[in-house]
Design a protein around this ligand. Structure first.
Ligand SMILES: [Zn+2]
Length: 199
């Protein structure tokens, strides 16, 4: 964890490097920008945190009602549920806090209180719409540009082959874009899931 927590800031003044400061805060900000949505790759552990202004998830949050339905399947006071944009598996949802949080321990009491109900409700909706056997819930928040805390809530198909069970299900986030669930299908699923969650 030390390489993750220690962020080096190189301060340049008059084109000269004048100092190197070493900070120990785990959730520092950087100017790194990642406009291209990343996949579920797990590299990037050495990278510093992006700030809210650099954060893909925060930009989607700001879009509000202007965002497509797949980006706002369900919203509570503190959480938003979306469909993964780069999954080859239907019903790969993501639950995110609506403010920029990068560690579970940073959630406030209201966010924490909502989370359990949200995960159960999301899982139940996936079961009702897709008939999945159960859901997988996973939180890493490590991919470059995606340090905004998020929980993968994955519809686990009844016929999922053994080679893709458990953590291996992330293979669905490593497929070529040609295999991703199309935005149109994501919106279709989002509408069904939203209706189910509103019951
Ligand atoms: Zn964010």
């Amino acid at each position: 964890m030390s390489s993750f927590n220690d962020v080096r800031l190189i301060l340049k003044l008059d084109l000269r490097v004048v100092t190197i400061a070493r900070l120990s805060q785990p959730c520092n900000s950087s100017r790194a920008r990642h406009d291209t949505p990343a996949s579920g790759r797990l590299e990037g552990m050495d990278r510093p945190e992006e700030s809210p202004g650099d954060c893909y998830s925060c930009r989607q949050e700001k879009a509000g009602e202007g965002a497509p339905l797949r980006e706002r399947i369900w919203r509570t006071d503190h959480w938003r549920v979306v469909h993964s944009f780069n999954s080859a598996l239907e019903g790969w949802l993501v639950a995110l806090p609506r403010r920029h949080v990068t560690a579970l321990a940073a959630l406030d009491s209201q966010e924490t209180a909502e989370l359990g109900h949200l995960l159960r409700r999301t899982s139940a909706a996936l079961g009702a719409v897709l008939g999945c056997q159960k859901t997988y819930v996973v939180e890493f928040s490590e991919a470059p540009g995606f340090h905004h805390l998020h929980f993968h809530v994955v519809a686990r198909p009844r016929d999922l082959e053994d080679a893709l069970k458990g953590p291996r299900v992330f293979d669905y986030l490593r497929r070529p874009a040609s295999e991703w669930v199309t935005p149109e299908r994501q919106d279709e699923l989002a509408a069904q899931l939203a209706a189910e969650m509103a019951r």
